[in-house]
Design a protein around this ligand. Structure first.
Ligand SMILES: Cc1cc2nc3c(=O)[nH]c(=O)nc-3n(C[C@H](O)[C@H](O)[C@H](O)COP(=O)(O)O)c2cc1C
Length: 395
């Protein structure tokens, strides 16, 4: 039995294996509402054997969206389309989480396929996508061509806290097993935590305690609103990767505070405060390049972690779990390439039983694929006819 396929118990939730599908915005919602596309998209990961499926960054307020296509949970009308996805995934044995987010100064961004830059006049003309006023701890734009945010007032900060709580309550009504707070990638909470983006002179700035105060207040509110028996995750950028930014030592100290606040898992990404997020940057240094962050947080803050970033090979994923470097591995783009990645990993690691190799596949497929497996095995024993290629993509 490969460690990657051992179950993980978090509070009253048992995750069937250590493979999570990482939160990935699909930029395909209308006014925050999940569509049939989302149902099909997420459903594939449930059928594909993932232990945990984390629904993409979901805005707690309309102005907290990254783009016009973000999912939202600021209204009761968002609950049922998400509940439909939850029901489908649970029927396939997956655990389901939702990542709650406020985009802060990184709002008003184009969908990647519309340019991946700040929304401009052309987006307004072509698609009627107007910009909205944005807020951040300090009035510093994300980049030269980006909108300058206004500094959040205490009233704004209280309203946003309330919005996170309301979204948690709706996530509960939708049936989610896990809520994750997005405190990474330069969005609102991360921008409070980094000395580069927080130049305030009040109690929410300056020292480590000051910079992390607001995120911890939000976490406290969310934890109080989320059922005690269900786990809560926080995604962090383990380090900013920019001169003068947050460091891994900050993240370890933050993780200790999160643990004390009742958080169960730290989801360790990096970057995103300025320029590209390291997690999706094209020049990421190597396979599994963020696993060392998860390892450091796990060992130094004594809390469960999730590792993410270019984990594409089953052997690497399994070793990360077996060696105790992390508790969960999150698969992002590789799962877009292959939604059946967990099932394929099971075969690659020799977990599947050769007499019944498709036992973990949806029952609707397994019987047929087992029969096909035997047919292909006998075909393999005889040489292929001249000019014909043997079957590919088989076990
Ligand atoms: C299409 C896409 C959308 C993403 N959206 C989110 C998101 O909603 N929340 C988040 O925390 N990270 C998001 N990310 C980052 C991924 O969760 C992940 O950390 C990153 O892609 C690195 O993992 P990978 O190399 O396995 O893709 C997104 C990445 C991609 C490719």
């Amino acid at each position: 039995m490969a460690d990657l396929f051992s179950s993980l118990q978090l509070r009253d939730v048992s995750i069937r294996n250590r493979i999570a599908i990482s939160a990935m915005c699909m930029y395909s919602a209308h006014e925050g509402e999940a569509s049939d596309f989302h149902l099909a998209h997420y459903g594939r990961f449930g059928l594909g054997g993932a232990g945990l499926v984390m629904i993409e960054a979901t805005a707690v307020l309309p102005e907290g969206r990254i783009s016009h296509g973000d999912l939202g949970l600021w209204s009761d009308r968002h609950i049922e389309p998400l509940a439909r996805i939850v029901r489908l995934l649970k029927s396939q044995g997956a655990t389901v989480g939702i990542q709650l987010c406020h985009s802060g100064r990184k709002a008003n961004r184009q969908r990647p396929w519309h340019g991946n830059g700040p929304v401009g006049d052309e987006d307004q003309t072509l698609r009627g996508e107007a910009t909205w006023p944005i807020k951040a701890p300090s009035a510093i734009a994300f980049g030269r061509e980006y909108q300058v945010p206004t500094e959040t007032t205490y009233r704004d900060m209280a309203d946003i806290r309330e919005a996170f709580v309301a979204a948690v309550e709706r996530a509960n009504l939708a049936g989610f097993d896990i809520v994750e707070l997005h405190a990474a990638h330069g969005f609102l909470l991360h921008s409070f935590m980094s000395p580069l983006t927080n130049l305030r002179s009040d109690a929410y700035s300056g020292s480590f305690e000051g910079r992390h105060r607001y995120a911890l207040e939000v976490v406290g509110d969310m934890r109080a609103a989320w059922p005690r028996e269900r786990p809560m995750f926080v995604r962090v950028s383990a380090q900013d990767g920019v001169e003068g930014g947050r460091t891994l030592a900050d993240t370890v100290a933050f993780a200790q505070a999160l643990k004390a606040a009742g958080v169960d898992v730290i989801d360790c990404s990096s970057g995103g405060l300025a320029g590209h997020s390291a997690s999706t940057s094209r020049d990421a240094p190597s396979y599994g390049f963020q696993i060392p962050y998860a390892q450091a947080v796990r060992s130094e803050a004594d809390i469960a972690t999730m590792a993410v970033g270019l984990i594409t090979e089953p052997e690497l994923a399994n070793a990360a779990i077996a060696e105790g470097r992390t508790d969960l591995v999150a698969i992002g783009r590789q799962a877009l390439f292959d939604p059946n990645w967990p099932l394929h990993a099971e075969a690659a690691l020799g977990v599947a039983d050769d007499s019944n190799p498709y036992a973990s596949w949806p029952v609707q497929y397994g019987w047929w694929l087992n029969g096909r497996h035997k047919t292909l095995a006998s075909l393999r024993s005889s040489p292929p006819e001249p000019g014909r290629l043997p079957e590919r993509n088989t076990l």
